[in-house]
Design a protein around this ligand. Structure first.
Ligand code: 13P
Ligand code: SF4
Length: 310
């Protein structure tokens, strides 16, 4: 894809004029990743949003991520290129249904994956991301019953890794559930020395085929530290752009979806474009707004996560 140099220059100028920082998730398109000031997984992006000295945060990711930035940095203007950039996991867990679920398990400690709305965060005791979920759950007292929401695939994996019994909310990521097991097996046959690396939002049958499982940042680091030359990558293909830069001599293979489609690009993440990034920097809209009461409630379990994360 050819890059629009005039548009890139206009974004750079606006960034300076606004004293803005552009944060991007690895699932953004390569042109957005290339213009970002910082790229990271959900945990790293949260830390960055909490500590930046910029006046404006442009969050190139999905809505719950921009909302998280606002929870952590309420005095900043937080904008997102496309307000419709949602997440199937956040959509799968409406706040009122979640409240009813919690009421059925009043003695449970509520651990919520960061991929949820502020209204669900506000009902949680602790937030986790895919990079710290196992470690955080292991830190909880052994006799404490735990409710885990909203991703059931991540929850099952945490359960296996931590040895803890979790009560799971049945949410799912539409992107990580589309990978075809048959296609992975075929790729393994064609590339017998390849390692399969997977995000824990994948279904259990695919995680069982993985040599390494981790958050987007952990997968990226693994391609560097492993001696293997070829990787079968079971997560959104945006990450491959960073992998290609870190390990240009290695082969990185995408996995097709269940019906052979190349439909594993997150349809929400990919709503953001360079033009929309420019426009939101120019107009400072759409901005994330949040009622202060809700923000303060959602901040408590977020703070706890940041304190407990090693
Ligand atoms: P990471 O925290 O691993 O970046 O995951 C975010 C996400 O939305 C995965 O689908
Ligand atoms: Fe949500 Fe899945 Fe997209 Fe991540 S990849 S933002 S979990 S829909």
């Amino acid at each position: 894809m050819s890059v629009d140099n005039a548009l890139v220059a206009a974004i750079e100028l606006l960034k300076q004029q606004r004293n803005a920082v552009v944060l991007a998730h690895y699932y953004q398109s390569p042109d957005i990743q290339d213009i970002a000031d910082f790229i990271g997984d959900s945990l790293e992006l949260s830390r960055k949003a909490a500590n930046t000295s910029a006046d404006v945060i442009v969050f190139c990711g999905v809505h719950f991520m921009a909302e998280t930035a606002k929870i952590l940095s309420p005095e900043k203007t937080v904008v997102i290129p496309d307000l419709d950039a949602g997440c199937s996991l956040a959509d799968d867990c409406p706040a009122d249904a979640f409240a009813a679920f919690r009421q059925q398990h009043p003695d449970h400690f509520v651990v919520s994956y960061i991929n949820c709305t502020a209204a669900v965060k506000a009902q949680s005791d602790l937030i986790c991301t895919s990079s710290n979920a196992v470690d955080l759950v292991k830190q909880l007292p052994k006799d404490q019953p735990i409710l885990f929401a909203p991703d059931q695939n991540l929850g099952r994996w945490v359960q296996r890794q931590s040895g803890r019994d979790l009560t799971l909310w049945p949410g799912r990521c539409i992107v990580h559930e589309t990978f075809s097991e048959e296609a992975v097996l075929q790729l393994k046959l064609e590339h017998p020395t390849a390692e399969v690396i997977a995000h824990p939002e994948c279904q259990e049958n695919l995680l069982d085929l993985a040599d390494f499982i981790g958050s987007t940042s952990k997968l990226l680091n693994y391609t560097e530290i492993s001696a293997t030359e070829t990787f079968i990558v079971l997560t959104e293909p945006g990450i491959i752009h960073q992998m290609q830069q870190r390990v240009p001599h290695k082969t990185l293979l995408e996995v097709p979806g269940l019906d052979g489609c190349s439909c594993n690009a997150c349809p929400y993440m990919r709503l953001n474009t360079l033009q929309k990034l420019h426009d939101c920097l120019s107009t400072l809209e759409p901005a994330i707004e949040m009622e202060e009461n809700l923000r303060v409630k959602a901040l408590l379990p977020m703070k706890k996560m940041l304190e407990m994360s090693r």
